[in-house]
Write a protein that binds this ligand. Sequence first.
Ligand code: NAD
Length: 390
Amino acid sequence: MINGEIPSGLPIPWGMVGGGQSSQIGYVHRSAALRDGSFALVAGAFDIDAERGRAFGQRLGLSAQRCYADYKTLFEAEARRPDGMRAVSVATPNDTHFEICQAALHAGLHVVCEKPLCVSSAQALELRELAQAKNKIVGVTYGYSGHQLITQAREMIARGDLGDVRIVHMQFAHGFHSAPLESDNPSTRWRVDPKFAGPSYVLGDIGTHPLYICGLMLPGLKIERLMCSRQSFVKSRAPLEDNAFTIMQYRGGAVGYLWACAVNAGSMHGQKIRVIGSRASLEWWDEHPNQLRYEVQGAPAQVFERGMDYLHPDALHDDRISAGHPEGLFEAWSNLYYRFALAMDASDRRDTEALRTIRYPDIDAGVEGVRWVENCVRSADAGGVWVDYC
Ligand code: NAD
């Protein structure tokens, strides 16, 4: 149970690049990082507009000297301070992640980066090599993966409750971009422009979330080949897709399906993962994250509730309140930030034993997301053909 006690070594002095006043995700990062005393916000370059970023940082309670015009000045100036930041979160549009993360690692900082980690696997692999060389943590904010019942699903699958896993059905299919609202909305505009978003829209923006959760639930599942079809129902978004279907064949015979969509009119979020085995299935839906459905063929369906004693101890570990009270996205993100902080502290102490026990979306998860998007795009752009996963 997390109860507000702050482990020794924390909080870690921390800053942000991006996540400014009007950003979609900046507040979620700050809420998650600050909630359990994992990090202390000490500095930032919050906005592409230097003045706006400075003013915003001061309204967050930072001193004027530590609200910087851009990330380069932020890293240089903080490195000169004895109390300078030791970690930074990057919450800017996709095309900037690589250069900002690279600069952060060169400045000796641990990094939390938004997904997709970057826009090509060559960049992602370069970051991984750099992070290893600098002995720094890179966490990637697959935020939904911090929900405790995903751990429960992982444990149930591992102990064979489903039988042999045959099918994984994943979707993240919302309806918010059914109309071309990018004309008035800057947060959507860059997402549908390959110059800023990279080679995909919904595959990278939302498809990578259930993909990562599937990897958590089924760590042994490896994609052998895949086939993807992508469309731009709002024509001005081409070549980027606002809908994509991907079929995956895994080593060992299981198959998977992932629907990523931003034009599923009427759907609020629609992120679901259903794992189907030879005797039973599990289903988790992010709009009801405190429940996990377990359906045994021929028996009444069961609903596992977060916080109940019958759950696996690892699924209870991060609870903040007893069962019945709903926890949600903010707690899931805080769970991740807590683990990022523990990993950074363990890394600084060269405590490899502790590091091995802390599970969080790391640089490998970031690399894998970028790689999956590239394979999907390769298949779709060749006419929706099967491609070997590489
Ligand atoms: P946004 O357009 O709403 O906000 C981007 C922010 O970054 C703005 O404040 C902007 O001024 C700032 N910015 C841009 N370039 C900058 C630079 N060079 N230096 C400093 N600040 C800069 O975008 P968003 O929706 O918040 O998305 C940001 C990132 O977060 C994207 O990579 C996106 O994919 C990701 N995201 C992840 C989740 C999740 O669930 N993990 C959810 C939403 C967004």
